[in-house]
Every structure is written in structure tokens, then in C-alpha cells.
Design a protein around this ligand. Sequence first.
Ligand code: NDP
Length: 285
Amino acid sequence: MGKIIDGKALSQIVKDEVKAEVQELETRYGRKPCLAVIIVGENPASQVYVRNKVKAAAYTGMESRLVELPADTSEEALLQQITALNNDPLTDGILVQLPLPPHIDEEKVIDTISHGKDVDGFHPLNVAGLWQGKDCIVPCTPAGIMRMLDSIGIELKGKKAVVVGRSNIVGKPVAKLLLDRNATVTIAHSRTQDLGEVCRSADVLVVAVGKARLVKGDMIKPGAVVIDVGMNRDEEGKLCGDVDFASAEPVSSWITPVPGGVGPMTIAMLMKNTIACFLSHQKDY
Ligand code: NDP
């Protein structure tokens, strides 16, 4: 029977760590870190994510600024807003909630955020830093996954890790982080042949695909650790992961639930990244 990696409980621990750090930083530097969150338009899912991010920031005691822009905001106006925040010494982190309306070029937006304020870790300089093994801001979801693996005390060195999905925000960065910990990493994707066989080779299986319950128990090696990144709605509108929890849980040694797994960790690591950005701007650090 798989033991549950409780993302909700672990995220609470991380947020409490951040809360203590915020207090220390305020004592040392005379101000709290500040996260600016920009949302363009009224995508209901994005509104929920943004609300949760601002709520988490408030919990940790850091400052936050919510910038809500109408859906018809021009690309130029958004870039100007980002530039103003880049130049604001009291703003430490900038997050632009994705997806953006189709008339706005996401890549341009990501490139415009100063890489030292890029709390999402999506800026090309942070991506390059990750792949070159330099100190940089690591995307929140992959960072949260690593923290979850550390929480169960697994030694990754020499383990076979399979990451299903190769997106820039989850699959690729988490594969690199696993590689950095000396796991032997395979990345699977939509053109992978015999996904079941590839998955069954994994001691650690990370699934970030966006397909409800794609990975079933018979695709999992007995005793594997399973991290389910997916956030999907099934036919009945119920929130579910990319892994079929009912059949996977009895086979795995550890497994993350959906909801209450990777999702809350992503937000907690965003708070950590805001602290890292704040510190990178302090002259004596
Ligand atoms: P993307 O859509 O960007 O990438 C999906 C990846 O899955 C692609 O690489 C694609 O392959 C691969 N894929 C699609 N279908 C299959 C298949 N049948 N077999 C194998 N691989 C397949 O998704 P994201 O990485 O952004 O997100 C993945 C999931 O994670 C989503 O459900 C998303 O909502 C969730 N998510 C959750 C977060 C959280 O905090 N919990 C944060 C971010 C995402 P190819 O490259 O060949 O097209």
C-alpha cells in the first residue's frame, strides 16, 4: 500500500519556514520581501491560482501587490507595467499568471521580467542557469517535487527516474533536477513507444501530462515512488491527476494525491523563490 506524500502538510511546513525567514529579513533589512502578481483577463482557473498565491504571501507575512488588468490590455501596456515593476526597488518578485490572452506573446512577457525578479524561474537566464548547474531561480513545481522526494528520505543516486511530459515548466526542469541528484533519467512524451514499459522501469515516476488518469497501476513498478503533477477534471467534473490513484496506490511505496499533492507545494515554493529574489538584491548577501 502506498504511503501518501501529503503536499498540503508539507507546504504548511515550507510556508512556516518562509514566515520565520520574512521576520528575520525584516529585522535585518528593514522591510519585508514583496511579490507582485499580474493577472490579465478573467480566466476563472487563473483567478483561483492568483488568489491562492496572494493568500499564501499574506500568510507568510510578506508584502504582495495584485495587478489586475483587463483582457483587452495591449501587449505594450503589459510590458510597460512589467518594466515599471522591474525598476521598482520595493518589488522583489514578479509573476505574470499564464496563460495570457492570445494577442499577447508569452515569450516576450517572460523575457521582459528581470531575471532577478523572475520568481517562476521561466526567464531564459534562469533556464540556462538551471541547465548549466548555476545558482538560479528554479521553477516552483519542479522545486516542490524535489522537496517532496526529500521529505520521504529517498536516496536518488543511481535510481531510475522516469518523467512523463517534457514541458518547459515541469517535465524538463524536474528531469534536470533529478539528474543533478544522480538519478538515471528518462523523459517520456506523446511519441514515446510503449509508455507502460517505460514507466514500469521507474523507481521514481513523475507524471506531468495533463491527461486524466493516464497512468494506471499496471504501468507502475511495485514499490515505486509516484509523483502526480496533473490537474485535470474528469468526465464528472471531479479534480483528478494524471495517475489513476485507485489502481496506482496499492502498487506504489509512496504516492502524491490530487488534490493535496504537488499543487500546494508549487505555491509554497513560490514563496521560497520570492525570498531568494529578495536576497539576491541585497548588497551584503
Ligand atoms: P503541457 O501540456 O505543456 O505538456 C504535456 C506533456 O505531456 C507534453 O510533453 C506531451 O508530449 C506529454 N504528453 C501528452 N500526452 C501524452 C501521452 N498520451 N503520453 C505521454 N506523454 C504525453 O503540460 P504541463 O507540463 O504544463 O502540465 C502537465 C499537467 O500538470 C497538467 O495537468 C497541468 O494542469 C498540471 N500542472 C500542475 C501544476 C501544479 O502545481 N500541480 C503546475 C503545472 C502544471 P509532447 O511534448 O510530445 O506533446
